[in-house]
Design a protein around this ligand. Structure first.
Ligand code: ASP
Length: 601
C-alpha cells in the first residue's frame, strides 16, 4: 500500500512520487491550503493539499486527527523560510495528489503529544493509543534494539536459545506463585515460573553447555515500588566456567549494549564484597555515582555517657555510623535537616543526630550540634579525624540496630546524592560479590540470600557447622544503585544440595517431593555450572531514562497487578470453574493467602 515510511523521507527523495500510509498527527487549514502532518512508526512528514487537487482537497478538508490515510504526492523542497530544523523531515514536504481515507477515528480520549499530562490509568486503558505517542514508540524501538544486540552477542558466543515451560512447578525465588488449576488433574495446580532457574540447570546437566532465553517470569508480589507481576529476564547459564569467567562473558554483553546503543565505554568494573558495600554504602546495590561514604564510629563511643550512642555501641547487633556531607553546613538548611530526620524515620531510625563543623580547631565552640555537649572533647576530635572533617562539613549519625542504621543511612546517602546533585558521573556499574549464603529468618531458621541452588564457597560440613558465616558464590551487577541482575555458581553435587535444603529446614521427604527431579539430575553427572539473569525491563528503563518500568513495557499491569484495558483478571463462568474442579468460597469466608515459601529469596 505504500512506497516509503513517512519518517524516512528526506531531501534525496525530492521530485519523486511517493505513496504513504499513516495517521493524521495534525491538520491545519491555512487560508485555502491544507497541511496534514502524517505520522507512521518512523516519524512525521508534512503533506500539502491545495485547491488544485480538487476532490482530494475536499477530502483533505474532511480528515481529522488520527484518521488513517493513504496518500500519494511528490516530494519537494520546502521554501527556506519554512524549513523546520526540529523535524527529521523538516527540509521537505509532500505535495499531495491523491488521498484515500482508510479509516476514521473518534476524538481521542487524551492528546497524544508528549506535553500533556495524562493520568496513567487513562493511558493504560487506551494503551493502543498511548503506544502511538512518540515517546513510547521510541522506548519500544529501543527495547527491540537491546534484545537484538543481546541475541547477537550471545549467538556469537555460542549460547543456544532454548525455551522452557510456562506451566510448571514452583521455582523458589522468594515470591508467591501464580497458580493455574489443572482440568485434567483434579485438585492439582501448575505454577507459572518465577524464573527458569531449574530448567536452565537441567539443560546444563543435559550437556547444552551455554543457554540463554529472553524469558517471561511471574511473581505474585505486593507491587511495592516499580515492579510488574510478569517481567522479562535475560536468562543465562553456562557449564565448565569459573565464577570469574561467567562474570566476564556476561559483562561483555552489558558492555556491548552500552557501547553500541549509548556510545558509552565503561572503564574496569570493580568487584566489591557485599560486606564492604554494606559497611561503606549501607546497601547491597550501592550507587557509586555519589561520593559519600558511611564511616563506623562505634568503637569511639562505647564509653560516653550519651545513651543514644553508648547503647548501640555496646550491642553486638547494632551499629554507630557517621555520614559526612562535605560543605553540608551551607548546603543544608534547618528545614532540610528536619525533613531528612523524617525521611530516616521511614527506615525505623528514631532520630538523626548531626554535627556542623564550623571550626574544627575549636572543639568547644566550633561545633554546632544538639548532641555535641554529650560527647567528651577527645571523642569529638576522634570522630572528626575518623571522617576527615573539614570546616563547613556536616556530619550525620545513625545509632541503632545494624539493619536500621544501614538502611536509614544508606537511603539518606542516596537522597543527599540526588537532592544536592552530587553525582560524579553518569554511569557507575559495579559487581557486588561474596554475599552471605543465608540470613536469619528471625524465627530461629535461615533463608537463602540468593536462591537455594547457589553454591557456597565452603564444604557441606563447614556449611552445616556454621550457616551464618558461609559466603556464597553469587554476584550481582549493579548500575547507578539499581540491581540489573544477579546469578551464581550453582551447586552441582546432590550432597551439597541436600545440605542446603537441610539448613533451610526442608525435610528429606519435602526435598524428594518438590525437588526430586533436581536431586536425581545432580546424581547423574551434573557438570559444574553457573549463570545469571538480567532484568530486561529495568535495564531498558535506565538506558532510556524512563521514570517507570511501565514506560518500557508494551502492555504493563497497573500497580495493583491488573490490566485496565482488557479488564484482567476477570471472572469466569460456573461451567469453566466446574471443569477445573473449583468452587469459589463466599467472600466473607475467604482466607488470607499463605506467606511465600520460607526457603526462597
Ligand atoms: N534465577 C535467578 C533470578 O531469577 C537468576 C540466576 O540465578 O540466574 O533472580
Amino acid at each position: 500500500m505504500r512506497s516509503q515510511y513517512c519518517g524516512a523521507l528526506n531531501a534525496s527523495f525530492i521530485d519523486q512520487e511517493v505513496t504513504l500510509c499513516g495517521w493524521v498527527d495534525r491538520r491545519r487549514d491555512h487560508g485555502g491550503v491544507i497541511f496534514i502532518d502524517l505520522r507512521d512508526r518512523e516519524g512525521i512528514v508534512q503533506v500539502v493539499f491545495d485547491p488544485d487537487a480538487k476532490e482530494n482537497f475536499a477530502l483533505a478538508d474532511k480528515v481529522r486527527g488520527e484518521y488513517v490515510l493513504q496518500l500519494t504526492g511528490k516530494v519537494r523542497a520546502r521554501a527556506p523560510s519554512t524549513v523546520n530544523p526540529n523535524m527529521a523531515t523538516g527540509e521537505i514536504e509532500v505535495y499531495g495528489t491523491a488521498l484515500t481515507i482508510l479509516n476514521e477515528a473518534e476524538t481521542m480520549p487524551f492528546p497524544l503529544d508528549s506535553y500533556s499530562n495524562v493520568g496513567e490509568e487513562t493511558r493504560l486503558k487506551y494503551r493502543f493509543l498511548d503506544l502511538r505517542r512518540t515517546e513510547m514508540q521510541k522506548n519500544l524501538r529501543f527495547r527491540s534494539k537491546v534484545t537484538s544486540v543481546i541475541r547477537n552477542y550471545l549467538d556469537r558466543n555460542g549460547f543456544l536459545d532454548v525455551e522452557t515451560p510456562i506451566l510448571t512447578r514452583a521455582t523458589p525465588e522468594g515470591a508467591r506463585d501464580y497458580l493455574v488449576p489443572s482440568r485434567t488433574h483434579d485438585g492439582k495446580f501448575f505454577a507459572l515460573p518465577q524464573s527458569p532457574q531449574l530448567f536452565k540447570q537441567l539443560l546444563m546437566v543435559a550437556g547444552y553447555d551455554r543457554y540463554y532465553q529472553i524469558a517471561k517470569c511471574f511473581r505474585d508480589e505486593d507491587l511495592r515500588a516499580d515492579r510488574q507481576p510478569e517481567f522479562t529476564q535475560i536468562d543465562i547459564e553456562t557449564s565448565f566456567m569459573s565464577q570469574e569467567q561467567i562474570m566476564n562473558i556476561t559483562e561483555g554483553m552489558f558492555r556491548e549494549l552500552f557501547k553500541d546503543l549509548m556510545g558509552v565505554d565503561f572503564a574496569e568494573i570493580k568487584h566489591m564484597p557485599f560486606s564492604e558495600a554494606i559497611a561503606k554504602y549501607g546497601s547491597d546495590k550501592p550507587d557509586m555515582r555519589i561520593p559519600l561514604e558511611l564511616v563506623d564510629v562505634k568503637d569511639l563511643v562505647t564509653e560516653v555517657d550519651f545513651k543514644v550512642f553508648a547503647g548501640p555501641a555496646n550491642d553486638p547487633k547494632s551499629r554507630v555510623t557517621a555520614l559526612k556531607v562535605p560543605g553540608g553546613n551551607e548546603k543544608l538548611t534547618r528545614k532540610q535537616i528536619d525533613d531528612y530526620t523524617k525521611f530516616v524515620g521511614i527506615y525505623g531510625a528514631k532520630g538523626l543526630a548531626y554535627i556542623k563543623v564550623n571550626d574544627k580547631s575549636d572543639l568547644e565552640e566550633g561545633l554546632q550540634s544538639p548532641i555535641v555537649k554529650n560527647l567528651p572533647v577527645s571523642v569529638r576530635k576522634a570522630i572528626l579525624d575518623r571522617v576527615g572533617a573539614e570546616n563547613g562539613d556536616l556530619i550525620f549519625f545513625g545509632a541503632d540496630k545494624h539493619k536500621v542504621v544501614t538502611e536509614a543511612l544508606g537511603a539518606l546517602r542516596c537522597k543527599l546524592g540526588a537532592d544536592l546533585e552530587l553525582y560524579t558521573c553518569q554511569w557507575a556499574p559495579l559487581w557486588v560479590v561474596d554475599f552471605p549464603m543465608f540470613e536469619d529468618d528471625d524465627k530461629g531458621g535461615w533463608t537463602s540470600i540468593h536462591h537455594p541452588f547457589t553454591s557456597p564457597s565452603c564444604t557441606p560440613e563447614e556449611l552445616i557447622a556454621n550457616p551464618g558465616a558461609a559466603l556464597s558464590r553469587a554476584y550481582d551487577l549493579v548500575l547507578n544503585g539499581t540491581e540489573l541482575g544477579g546469578g551464581s555458581v550453582r551447586i552441582h553435587s546432590s550432597t551439597m544440595q541436600q545440605a542446603v535444603f537441610q539448613i533451610l529446614g526442608i525435610s528429606p521427604e519435602e526435598q524428594r517431593e518438590k525437588f526430586g527431579f533436581l536431586l536425581d539430575a545432580l546424581a547423574y553427572g551434573a557438570p559444574p555450572h553457573g549463570g545469571l539473569a538480567f532484568g530486561l525491563d529495568r535495564l531498558i528503563m535506565l538506558m532510556v531514562g524512563a521514570s517507570s518500568i511501565r514506560d518500557v513495557i508494551a502492555f504493563p499491569k497497573t500497580q495493583s497487578a491488573a490490566c485496565v484495558m482488557t479488564d484482567a483478571p476477570g471472572t469466569v463462568d460456573d461451567l469453566q470453574l466446574r471443569d477445573l474442579h473449583i468452587r469459589l468460597r463466599k467472600k466473607e469466608k475467604a482466607v488470607v493467602a499463605e506467606d511465600a515459601p520460607e526457603y526462597g529469596m
